[in-house]
Design a protein around this ligand. Structure first.
Ligand SMILES: O=C(O)CCC(=O)C(=O)O
Ligand SMILES: [Fe+2]
Length: 332
């Protein structure tokens, strides 16, 4: 049995402050078994294949030189197809802003329980904030507002490249999925040190529901992705880069050409890990279905039924985290 020790999604099921106070407890020498997480013990340990993870140079993706641009579009297409995971460099989001977001997120976890209540009263998980199309954060920090805007721009640029890589007009995804009112969630995950990391899991395996998720962290490793049936460590990142994964709605839209990558977070017994995630999805009222150009009646029939993104989210909420069970539910 493994225990889930992150402070994000799992908190929807555990007592919200349980993990942090548990981690701070002077008597914590072992992982209590009551919050069990059943790991697949037949799986081999994760490997390091850091260099293989593709790197996308965002500045080339938007370059005025058509050759450079089309080469990067091709690399992006391969990255989505083969990995569902890549780094993004030269994206134009200032390093100072990224560091500030990490710093402010860390400060959030240091707030008193009383101060954190402000977030709970609004009926939200206090570590997860909807930032677009409405900015729902109670205290409206400018840094978060700016980060939300800048990461949306990067997402739009990547999706324009992805649209072209799928053989569609570069603005097709933007128009079809109404990205101007795209649903964006900001989340911070804190993983305190754990005395028995081999018995624990930070965040259980799952795929994300939107189109692209952008992740940064405080330099402590812990993210692992599943690639060709095996887990891989995503070690400390190239400074100032984003880790990006393709998610459920992109798998649907691309009719399965791109896979929503399964990932999880592990913990360690020495240092606290912090990750900051921006999940970027279609508009809540956009109907997501395989792009018409990617399907043909005989050779390539649609693999998924059309569904409003909002309805997909509702379906996912009623589901236990783990695997890709929601995608399985909407197969055509
Ligand atoms: O903390 C991480 O590295 C993973 C976080 C994650 O997968 C998520 O928030 O959906
Ligand atoms: Fe995730």
């Amino acid at each position: 049995m493994h225990v889930s020790l992150s402070n994000q999604l799992v908190l929807e099921r555990l007592n919200m402050n349980y993990v942090q106070s548990l981690a701070k407890s002077p008597n914590l020498h072992y992982v209590p078994s009551i919050y069990g997480y059943a790991a697949n013990s037949t799986e081999p340990p994760a490997s390091d294949l850091q260099d293989a993870i593709p790197t996308i140079d965002f500045s080339l993706l938007t370059s005025a030189d058509p050759d450079l641009r089309s080469k990067m579009i091709q690399e992006l297409d391969m990255a989505c197809k083969d990995w569902g995971f890549f780094r993004v460099v030269n994206h134009g989001v200032p390093e100072s802003l990224m560091n500030m977001v990490l710093e402010k997120s860390k400060e959030f976890f240091d707030l008193t329980e009383e101060e954190k209540k402000e977030f709970e009263e609004k009926g939200r998980d206090f570590l997860k904030v909807i930032v677009h199309p409405e900015f729902n954060c109670p205290s409206k920090p400018l840094v978060l507002l700016e980060y939300s805007k800048r990461t949306r721009e990067v997402t739009k640029g990547l999706l324009s490249g992805i649209s072209a890589g799928l053989g569609l007009d570069h603005s097709y995804v933007e128009r079809a999925l109404k990205l101007d009112s795209g649903f964006q969630i900001f989340a911070a995950n804190l993983y305190p040190p754990c005395p028995q990391p081999e018995l624990a899991i930070g965040l259980p395996p799952h795929s994300d529901h939107g189109l692209l998720t952008l992740l940064i962290n405080n330099g402590v490793s812990g993210l692992q992705i599943k690639h060709k049936g095996k887990w891989f460590n995503v070690n400390n990142d190239i400074p100032n880069s984003f880790l990006v994964n393709t998610t459920d709605q992109l798998q649907i839209f691309s009719n399965g050409k791109y896979k929503s990558v399964e990932h999880h977070a592990i913990v360690n017994n020495a240092v606290t890990r912090l990750s900051v995630v921006v999940a970027n999805g279609p508009s809540l009222d956009a109907v997501v279905e395989p792009a018409y150009k990617l399907v043909t009646e005989e050779k390539c029939p649609p693999k998924y039924i059309p569904m409003k993104y909002m309805e997909y989210l509702e379906m996912q909420q009623g589901n236990q985290i783990g695997g890709k069970t929601c995608l399985d539910k909407i197969r055509a």
